[in-house]
Design a protein around this ligand. Structure first.
Ligand code: HEM
Length: 81
């Protein structure tokens, strides 16, 4: 079976702009959300999490505590930490 790519936090942190790609982490998984940024209902705020963890932001914006939000996120998984 294909193995899941493993990334370091350093590699994730290098992806924090639309030019370099926008990556985030959530519960140990890594997501390349570059293509989703322009579709985000909350606009450019999503870029505050670029290169880091979603958890602190989603704790503040409880609108994300919904199954359909996690379904969207899952489409962008590229690996794990
Ligand atoms: C709303 C997805 C990251 C701030 C939403 C909604 C989705 C979504 C689907 C609409 C929810 C609904 O109304 O049912 C995502 C995904 C993210 C992400 C997939 C990461 C990959 C963030 C971050 C922030 C943020 C990091 C803040 C720093 C907001 C705000 C809204 C929102 C303020 C409400 C917009 C409104 O209704 O006016 N997000 N979000 N989001 N998001 Fe995010």
């Amino acid at each position: 079976p294909p193995s899941i790519p493993i990334f370091t936090q350093d590699e994730v942190t290098k992806h924090r702009s639309l030019e370099d790609g926008v990556w985030v982490t959530y519960q140990g998984s890594v997501y390349d959300i570059t293509e989703f940024v322009s579709m985000h209902p909350g606009g450019d705020k999503i870029l505050l999490a670029a290169g880091g963890a979603l958890e602190p932001f989603w704790a503040l914006y409880a609108v994300h505590s919904q199954e359909h939000v996690l379904e969207i996120l899952s489409e962008y998984k590229v690996g794990e930490l």
